[in-house]
Design a binder for this molecule. Structure first.
Ligand SMILES: N[C@@H](CCC(=O)N[C@@H](CS)C(=O)NCC(=O)O)C(=O)O
Length: 312
């Protein structure tokens, strides 16, 4: 198997979701640390524009978004499964709720002034300002909950998770599923990154015990790597054959068209290229970069907007 290269940074909650899944599947991987805010020239050399964290690289194949990365890791290492039967639909749907509603509620709570002060306490004030401006631009048009509203909703969501853990070790049964990894990472941020606010978890001891079990999974076997070598690997590799040639046309955009793909809400930065696959769940773009050569950049359909490049 070609090396798994994860482009991420230590404090990213979505990256923590994938690091734990790499651990759960007992995989070895290479770690490339990327900047927390733009510019990210090395990462964009691979993705063509997409800048969210994390991104998984396998040779000249670049996988954007953790929902897609989960599918790729499941394909490469089917056991233990992230989607055990029965209940795949429930697992994915709960994971999607956690990656969206729970995540944004938890982050609105975590990023209240007290949390931000802890995150940037040792750094010059410009660091917090630059982070705030970067994230504001990424979330243009999104409704941000105020801390008090977020706190109330977060408490309710934590009670619901606690209720699900009554009499069972993981959210949907005896083993973790994709839903556990998705629900864990925003809470991990509260507990680890903004620990001044972590007393919100004290009312839900079952959730804390479950978090301990999730943390104990670990991150698998990780080796430090760097972005220059990762780009060189992409340039020296040929993208994998597309194994799923189903073309599901929802947009009237034929394969071979120049298109752009961008996040539907957070992170609007588009990636452009030639549309070479549009399966039931994924898109693939082919693009050629001066440094990374010809790469295939893959996106999930859910959460992303496809447009003909001329309309973009
Ligand atoms: N739906 C995306 C969300 C990823 C996401 O929002 N990641 C955050 C960090 S946890 C991010 O990209 N923040 C801005 C950045 O890192 O540049 C996924 O599942 O990968």
């Amino acid at each position: 198997m070609a090396d798994l290269i994860l482009h991420h940074y230590p404090t990213s909650p979505f990256a923590e979701k994938i690091r734990l899944i790499l651990g759960y599947k007992n995989l070895s991987w290479k770690s490339v640390i990327i900047p927390m805010i733009m510019p990210k020239p090395d990462m964009v050399a691979l993705t063509g524009g997409y800048r969210k964290t994390p991104v998984l690289q396998i040779g000249a194949d670049i996988y954007c978004d953790t929902a897609l990365i989960c599918d790729v890791l499941e394909h490469l290492q089917p056991t233990p499964s992230l989607y055990p039967a029965p209940g795949k639909g429930l697992e994915r749907t709960l994971a999607h709720w956690a990656d969206t509603t729970l995540f944004w509620t938890a982050m609105a709570f975590n990023l209240q002034p007290k949390g931000v002060a802890q995150m940037f306490g040792d750094l010059p004030p410009e660091a917090a300002r630059a982070f705030g401006e970067d994230r504001k631009a990424m979330g243009a048009g999104m409704v941000r909950l105020r801390p008090a509203d977020a706190a109330a909703a977060y408490r309710s969501y934590l009670r619901r998770l606690s209720d699900m853990l009554h009499g069972r070790p993981f959210l949907l049964g005896d083993a973790p599923t994709v839903a556990d990894f998705a629900a864990y990472h925003p809470l991990w941020f509260t507990r680890v990154r903004t620990s001044v606010l972590a007393d919100i978890l004290d009312n839900v001891p079952d959730v804390l015990n479950w978090m301990d079990s999730m943390a104990a999974i670990g991150h698998g076997s990780m080796e430090q790597f760097n972005s220059t070598d990762a780009i060189a690997i992409a340039a020296a590799s040929t993208p994998a054959d597309l194994h799923d040639d189903i073309f599901q046309d929802e947009h009237g955009i034929p394969l071979g068209s120049r298109v752009s793909i961008s996040g539907e809400s957070f992170g609007p930065e588009p990636s452009e290229g030639e549309l070479i696959a549009a399966t039931r769940m994924h898109y693939t773009l082919r693009r050629t970069d001066p440094r990374a050569g010809t790469v295939h950049v893959h996106f999930p359909r859910i959460g992303y907007c496809l447009k003909a490049a001329a309309q973009a």
